[in-house]
Each structure stands twice: as C-alpha cells, then as structure tokens.
Design a protein around this ligand. Sequence first.
Ligand code: G
Ligand code: MN
Length: 383
Amino acid sequence: MPNSELSTQILVVDDDPVVRRVAVTMLRAAGFGVEEATSGREGAARLEAHRFDVVVSDVDMPDGTGLELLRGIRLRDLDIPVILMTGKPDVRTASQAIEHGVFRYLMKPIDFQALVDAIGKAARAHALARIRRDAYAAAGGDGMPASDLVGLEVRFENALEQQWTAYQPIVGARTGALFGVEALLRTKEPSMPSPLDVLRAASRLGRLRELGRRCRRLAARDVAGTPPGTFLFCNLHPEDIFDDELADATSPLGSLATRVVLEVTERAALEASTRLSERLTSLREMGYRFAIDDIGAGYSGLNSFAEVMPEVVKVDMALVRNIHESNVRQRTVRLLCNLVHESNGLVVGEGVETAEERDCLLELGCDLFQGYFFGKPAPTIPV
Ligand code: G
Ligand code: MN
C-alpha cells in the first residue's frame, strides 16, 4: 500500500463501476494513492474532506457532471489539475472545459498509459506551481490571486511540455528560391492558441528567459535540418537580448550564429543605451544578424531601426494587406526600401496573401517575401 503522505493522491470520479474499478486498479499499480467517487456530487464532497493532487473524472454522469465538478473546483479557487474523460466528445463541452482550465481532455476508451503519463505531468506541474506560488507570495506578489497564478503556472507548464515549432518559408522576391525559414512558437496547450498567449503568461510568471532559451534550443536543434545556405529566422524577446546564454558562443544557437537572423519586434520599444549597442556588437561578432520585425505596424516609428541598424527589415502585414489599393502604404514601403537599401539591408514583405500584393511589393523594391501565398507555417522545414 503506498504511503498516503508521500504518494500522489488521485480522486477518480465515474458512474461506470467497470471503468472505476479498472482505473483504480491500474493507478494503484502505478504507485498512486487512489480514492473513488461515483458522481460529480460525491466527488465534490470528497474534495471538501481530503487533499488530492489530481482529479480524474468522467464527463457524463447523472448526479453532477464532470464539467460541474470542474467548475465547482475553480469557483472555490482550488488549483487542483483536473483530467476529464469522455466517451462522447463534443466541441461545446470541450471549450467549456478549456475555459475552466481542464488539464487534459481524454477520449474513452481510455489508454491507461496515456492517463498515467498525464497524471504524472499534472502532479509535477501542480507541485511546482505550489512552490512557486509560495515563493511568489513571500516576495510580495503582484496582486494576482494566488489561485489564478497557480492555474496559469499549470497551463504554462503544459504549454512548455507541448511546445513545438512551426516553420514558414522566406523566399527571394525575384527568384522565388528559399532564402530562409522563420521559426514560430506554437503549443498544443488549448488555452494558449497564439504565441502571444504563451509570451504573456511567461511574462506574468517571470519566466520569459526560460521560454526564450527553450525556443532557441528547439530552433538550434532544427537548424541542422535547414537546407545549406539558408537562414533560420528566430524571434527574440527584447529582454532576451541581455541573456548571457544568448551571448555564449558555446550555447546551442550560438554555435550556429552565422546562419541565424535574430528578429526583434518593433512593437516593444528598445531603449537606446551603451549597454545595448555593446551587446549588439558582441552578438554580431559571434555571427548573428538582426531583423526588425513588424515595421510599420503603427507603433514607435523607426526607433528600433536606428538602434539596431538591422541587416533585414520585415514589413508588417498590416502595411502589406491590399497594398496595391493604397497609395499611402505604397509610398511608405518605397521609402522604407530606400532607407534599408542605403545601408545594404534587405526588406521582407510579410504576410503576403495574393499575387497582387506580391507584384506590388516587388515593384516597390522588396527583396524577400513571406506569407500564406508562398507557404503557411508548418511543422516541417520547407526545402
Ligand atoms: O510577429 P511575426 O511577424 O513574427 O508573426 C508572424 C505570424 O504571422 C505567424 O504566427 C504566422 O502564423 C502569421 N502569418 C504568416 N504569414 C501570414 C499571412 O500571409 N497572412 C496572415 N494573416 N498571417 C500570416
Ligand atoms: Mn517574426
């Protein structure tokens, strides 16, 4: 019998006695402490009385559904990860489950190895979240309710666990030949469909640096697979510029620096400083090149351009969209191209979706293209 003080405590909730018995037997065999409940209502009562690390619950039950149980747990600010199992998946239930922070949504018949894996991950994320929450509270916190923070922490852990990279081709404007690929952050964590969601969570949790390092490590692993002579474009959060790991030539990406273009967005203001220019110089000495991303997106003007003197400028897709119908946008892009070409830089037209946009951008002087018209972001590196 596992020691209940030490082992991970699971509450299994299902009205089907067969599923319950199999689940309880398998999970005990896997070393978990397990209790069972036959309905959502009984499950909620158990949670009042006892500490559990993970809840595994059926969705469809006559006396209190899994969704109601999950909602009740979140309403009471409990931060326990909940894994839901269903035999009849439907989009509405799934989206409500996501809204209430479900950890995993598994289909019946249950693959028990997958369930054991998911429980292990949920329990680790939960334990880590508690530790961080305590540390955070001790440091004064930032006013975000501790339980929300733990929920976010758990989802962020899951986002990292299920992180992957999408690649989108960047091609020569005249030749159409592959010039490089941009590595784009993606995750299967359902509540973070956009990379901005992951970045926002990392920022709230003080884990931006960790996220940046992971992205660069994944990118470095993949750069080996890019065709020779092509570049890997890698997005860099402004804070990452000062990460010592980035400046370390023996780091995974550092050793490939001559094939890497670091993208810095214009959306965040880069503050001019000696420290910044010194850092940019040493990164360039390692072989890195720089791109300013999202230029013309209606942000700070050409601030970052002046600070970084980038080798590449990426014109935001807001300027690109239907550019053939807008004189103002055409003039802006023409001026940008002239400015960038003066310092021997290259201009990428981003988010190109139509032949009309492509033809107009080529005419205005763009050197490179990226966008759905040439290739959507995909899990494999284009060749
Ligand atoms: O900020 P940044 O430019 O790195 O963001 C690129 C994002 O734009 C990617 O997430 C990608 O999915 C999206 N994207 C790339 N090409 C196109 C396009 O042609 N149209 C639209 N709408 N989005 C695009
Ligand atoms: Mn980018």
